[in-house]
Design a protein. Structure first.
Length: 355
């Protein structure tokens, strides 16, 4: 069963006569289209893919399971949408309440006369959490390339090299290997490594620094996301203690991720382990997130969400400790849930490395 069939089955089950998918991540999941503008109109038994003339050729190449159409100026999207809604005989159209602006809703309601617009939660949000074997294979390939990128970087991580110079090496590596970054890479060192999403700078690496790399790439539109932290020169006892506790939290949480687990409880386990050394107060973000066509795909492992863990889901597991004025450690792997537990998709070594 392909993704379109899965969605149409869901529409029939929930008596949804028609759905407009305008979130680009969901459009890509459903159709394979990777352009910057488009929407899919889907009914339980039919549908179409809509975009503009910039993507006439691309949409015909990428979208195989739905007929595709492109419009050109002076036609507007809302008029083009109205045309296809009418041709499909749609009188009630569900729209993604988290995606459509008030302005768009008002314009559509004015133009699509006789069509009831019903804001709803897009069912794709939940459907895309469980990956097909092909999707898992794409993520695995992206993870393997991310592992290779870290191996490529390792001899280049030296005292005096700047964060931005290493950032450039990451981006060039993925480009040279037929991929693109799945998100702006993070390279932070020294006290700056205490910034979980710090932006790389011209700061040079120095002896005694933690240096954290958070990077990933896309293969066939599917993402990887891996984080590793190193020490420049000889690690101090404090370096070793912080790193060891983060690693213990990460490996323990991975072991706990299995069918039937609760993401909130796995997140709590990370904090419990970090607190053995008084470090939980330095861990402010969630334990992980879903991974797929978006690097932050559907689902969260956090203290604020009861997240059911199911076979076929792919999660990042990324505990961290960030101490202002000292530095930070994050260790992250990508994990797919299996019938018997899980499989780790990222394999770059995790033991503390002194560079």
């Amino acid at each position: 069963m392909n993704n379109l069939q899965r969605l149409q089955q869901n529409l029939r089950k929930n008596s949804i006569p028609a759905l407009l998918i305008s979130n680009l991540g969901n459009v890509q999941w459903l159709t394979g289209f990777t352009g910057s503008f488009g929407a899919a109109l889907v009914t339980p038994n039919s549908g179409c893919m809509l975009t503009d003339s910039r993507y006439t050729v691309q949409v015909s190449e990428q979208v195989k399971d739905l007929p595709s159409f492109a419009y050109a100026s002076p036609t507007s999207f809302v008029d083009f949408l109205h045309k296809h809604v009418s041709e499909l005989g749609i009188s009630t159209l569900h729209i993604d309440e988290s995606q459509v602006t008030v302005g768009s809703y008002n314009l559509w309601a004015k133009t699509l006369k006789g069509v009831a617009l019903l804001p709803t939660e897009d069912p794709i949000h939940k459907l895309r959490m469980v990956k097909s074997p092909q999707e898992i294979a794409f993520v695995l390939e992206a993870c393997q390339l991310a592992d290779a990128c870290l191996a490529f970087l390792l001899p280049k991580i030296k005292v005096g090299v700047t964060e931005n110079e290493l950032l450039l090496e990451i981006e060039l590596f993925f480009r040279r290997n037929g991929s693109v970054i799945s998100f702006p890479p993070i390279v932070v060192s020294g006290e700056r490594s205490a910034r979980p999403h710090g932006v790389p700078s011209d700061n040079p690496l120095e002896t005694g620094d933690f240096v954290t790399f958070d990077l990933g790439c896309k293969i066939q539109g599917y993402c990887s996301d891996i984080t590793r932290t190193f020490v420049m020169g000889k690690a101090s006892e404090r370096h070793k203690e912080v790193y060891a506790q983060v690693l213990k939290a990460e490996t323990s949480c991975i072991a706990a991720l299995k069918p039937g687990a609760n993401g909130r409880k796995v997140d709590a386990l990370a904090r419990e382990i970090l607190d053995e050394k008084g470090y939980a107060k330095y861990f402010g973000h969630g334990l992980g997130h879903g991974l797929g066509t978006l690097v932050h795909d559907s689902g969260r492992l956090s203290s604020t969400m009861d997240q059911a863990i199911e076979v076929g889901q792919i999660w990042t597991v990324e505990p961290g400790v960030y101490i202002e004025g000292f530095g930070g450690v994050r260790i992250e792997d990508d994990v797919v849930i299996t019938e018997t537990g899980n499989e780790i998709l990222t394999h770059f070594p995790k033991e503390l490395m002194e560079l």
